[in-house]
Each structure stands twice: as structure tokens, then as C-alpha cells.
Design a protein around this ligand. Structure first.
Ligand SMILES: Cc1cc2nc3c(=O)[nH]c(=O)nc-3n(C[C@H](O)[C@H](O)[C@H](O)COP(=O)(O)OP(=O)(O)OC[C@H]3O[C@@H](n4cnc5c(N)ncnc54)[C@H](O)[C@@H]3O)c2cc1C
Length: 359
């Protein structure tokens, strides 16, 4: 097993990778109308929204590279419907609106954001295993139907099928959103603020002072900046995701809690919430390690049936850890003004065949 960085960076072109380090160490506009601090999905989406809404000049600063925080280590699933079983209704509604916005942005952003449509199956012992009631958009599949859709599955389980969810490569989405921003400074950390009255007069950064009309803190965690006295309840939770090498295991769509199939046959599992794990990297025994063990058993069965030993198809499992905010997965909502662009259809990703599902 090797423990390395995220799969997402590998999927980028060299130009896209270079975009993540745009404007290194520089501040193009020290007197912007809007200063956004933080180059994760929230910061980039807010900056792009402000720019598209015509709110004046926008400067974004990011201490590392774009996506250096939780965004670059996220699973990138945009799956509001399964959250019906875990999140309050208002939050699920926001996630649905967010997914619709992602679809809109996919269409209007030049080159797209890399949105991939997908169906989702959640395995459960019986229909009541997921919820007391089954929402309308959930189709219950018995164990025989699941076995037909997901050959080689070690468990004999039914499951809930939900169609029309999506995923992104978060870094690719960041590059697409940031592309239209004129002033992005990576490697620029905000270190202090000067406050006069109820206004932030200036922000000290590692690349100089910035005086902005408005300052947006999109730092993931509450900002730790000299002169800024704020008390926002927050917690750090570590998460993992795991990616295999291209595998012979075929998953027709996202199968929770197994994995999501990627374009090149890799399987992506996660992300997990590893509460209490304060270590910096991937740790044997964590929930992610348990997922590794599960994927191994899945792969073993598949390779045995195909007449190969597990060693013929080694799974090179890469663990990835990142800090994530407290228990809530936030997604940007953005209404851009980009005219004259042709509508693009989102790419069709992994879907569970209708016939088989209905069968
Ligand atoms: C393993 C894992 C899986 C996940 N899976 C999903 C998923 O499938 N779907 C989903 O919707 N969400 C998922 N999430 C959650 C999602 O990643 C986060 O909600 C989201 O990325 C938060 O974005 P953000 O921009 O608020 O924070 P971040 O991405 O953390 O960005 C904050 C940025 O601010 C910068 N910064 C901080 N302080 C300063 C400073 N003083 N000056 C300059 N820059 C600063 C940081 O370097 C960082 O780049 C997952 C998270 C993890 C860890």
C-alpha cells in the first residue's frame, strides 16, 4: 500500500495543474472591491459569483495552492438524495438546489466543470434498513436485482437505487470556476487585520497589504488571523478517501458503502469521518483501513472467479487524509452571468441500467 496525494490532481492536464498555483506570491489588485481569503470551493465560488454579479473588482488570496484544504481531498460526490436519511430536510433542499446549480454551471462555464452524472445504490438488509419510509424517488431493489447489477458482490443484500445524482473532480471544478477570475494570488496567506470602527481597514498578507471594500473569509476553519476576534464554534474531523488502481471489479454506479467507479476503472471509496483521529496521515486501523480490507475481499472474490489470484490484480490503495469542517458538507450556490455560451450536456457517468434495475 502506498499513501500519496489525491487522485484528483493526477486527472488534471498540466495546464490545469498550473492553474492551481496561479499568481504565486503576488497580489494583482491591492485595493479590490471584494477580497476573498481562501481558495477552496467556497472561496473560489464566492469570488466567481461576486465577479459574475458585477460587484466590482475581486482579489482572491490562498495560502497554499487552490484546493489545498479539504476541497482537494474531498470525494466530490454531489448526492443530495441519500442525505434524506441523515440530514434535516432544509439542508437536503439546499443540497438539491446546489446540485441544480452545479448542472447549470456545467453548462455555462467554458469547457465545463467536469460534472459527471451518476446513479447511487445504498446497500441495506431490507427497505426499513435505510428509513422507516421510502421517499418517492427511491427505488427498492431486492438482493437478486442487486446481484444482477453488481456481480461479484460479497454480500447478499438488497438496496435503494436513486438516480440522477452527480460527482466532480473538485480540483477540476475549481480550475473551471477560477478561470474567469482576473486576480488570484496563491501562496499568499492573510496574517493580520486592522479594524477601525466596524470595518476591516486593511488585511496584512505575506505578499503585502490589501485594502478592500468587503472581505470574505472562506478559510474552511474559522480564520486564525491577528486582530480578528471571532468566536465561531468549530470542530476538526479527519476524513479519508481511498482509490484503487484500475480494477477488474465492475461497479455499474456508486454502490455505498463499497465504492464509486471512476472513468479509468479505478474505484474510489470514502470519504469517511474519522472522529478522534488526530494523526496527520493515513493510519492502519482507521475506518479507511477497514474499507481497504472490505475492498480487498471484494476484489479477491472477483479475481478468484475470473481464474486469477489476487496477486495478478494488485490493488494499489492510496489513502488520503484531509481536515473537514464540522459534520456539514457545504456546497456553493452561485448564479453567474455568462452569456452567449452554448449549453453543454453533462457527461454521462456511471448509471445502473434501467432494464436490469427494473428487472
Ligand atoms: C475525505 C473528505 C471527503 C469529502 N467528501 C465530500 C463529498 O463527497 N461531497 C461534498 O460536498 N463534500 C465533501 N467533503 C467536504 C468538502 O470537502 C468541504 O465541505 C469543502 O471542501 C469545504 O470547502 P471550503 O472552501 O470551505 O474549505 P477548504 O477547502 O478547506 O478551503 C479553505 C482554504 O482557505 C485557505 N486558508 C486558510 N486560512 C488562510 C489564510 N489565513 N490566508 C489564505 N488562505 C487561507 C486554506 O489553505 C484552504 O485552501 C469531503 C471532505 C473530506 C475531507
Amino acid at each position: 500500500m502506498t499513501v500519496t496525494g489525491a487522485i484528483w490532481r493526477e486527472q488534471l492536464t498540466s495546464d490545469q495543474r498550473a492553474m492551481l498555483g496561479r499568481g504565486a506570491g503576488t497580489i494583482a489588485n491591492p485595493r479590490p472591491d471584494v477580497l476573498v481569503i481562501g481558495g477552496g470551493i467556497l472561496g473560489v465560488a464566492v469570488a466567481a459569483s461576486a465577479h459574475d454579479a458585477g460587484l466590482g473588482s475581486v482579489q482572491l488570496v490562498e495560502a497554499g495552492r487552490l484546493g489545498a484544504g479539504a476541497t482537494g481531498g474531498a470525494t466530490g460526490l454531489l448526492i443530495p438524495e441519500p442525505h434524506q436519511w441523515s440530514d434535516p430536510e432544509t439542508f437536503v433542499d439546499m443540497e438539491r438546489a446546489s446540485l441544480e446549480r452545479w448542472r447549470y454551471l456545467e453548462q455555462v462555464t467554458p469547457g465545463g466543470l467536469g460534472l459527471v452524472e451518476l446513479d447511487w445504490i445504498g446497500l441495506a438488509p431490507d427497505p426499513g434498513g435505510l428509513a422507516a419510509h421510502q421517499p418517492e424517488n427511491v427505488e427498492w431493489l431486492d438482493a437478486a436485482k442487486i446481484a444482477a447489477l453488481v456481480p461479484g458482490l460479497a454480500w447478499h443484500l438488497g438496496g435503494a437505487l436513486i438516480r440522477h445524482q452527480a460527482r466532480v473532480n473538485p480540483l477540476r471544478a475549481l480550475v473551471g470556476l477560477a478561470d474567469g477570475l482576473p486576480a488570484v494570488g496563491t501562496g499568499v496567506a492573510a496574517t493580520a487585520v486592522t479594524i477601525r470602527g466596524d470595518r476591516i481597514e486593511s488585511v496584512t498578507t505575506s505578499a503585502g497589504e490589501i485594502s478592500a471594500g468587503a472581505v470574505v473569509f472562506a478559510t474552511g476553519q474559522p480564520p486564525v488571523i491577528d486582530g480578528l476576534e471571532i468566536d465561531i464554534p468549530a470542530d476538526r474531523v479527519k476524513g479519508h478517501l481511498i482509490v484503487t488502481e484500475p480494477a477488474s471489479v465492475h461497479l455499474p454506479c456508486t454502490v455505498a458503502p463499497v465504492a464509486t467507479p471512476l472513468e479509468d476503472g479505478r474505484l474510489l471509496a470514502g470519504g469517511t469521518f474519522d472522529y478522534g483521529d488526530e494523526t496527520a496521515g493515513h493510519r492502519p486501523g482507521s475506518r479507511s483501513a477497514q474499507r481497504v480490507a472490505y475492498l480487498w475481499s471484494f476484489q479477491d472474490r472477483d479475481t478468484q472467479r475470473a481464474g486469477h489470484g489476487p496477486g495478478d490484480h494488485p490493488l494499489d490503495l492510496r489513502g488520503q487524509a484531509a481536515a473537514r469542517g464540522q459534520g456539514v458538507e457545504r456546497r456553493p450556490v452561485r448564479q453567474p452571468k455568462r452569456r452567449g455560451l452554448e449549453a453543454r450536456a453533462p457527461s454521462r457517468g456511471s448509471s445502473c441500467g434501467h432494464q436490469a434495475a427494473a428487472g
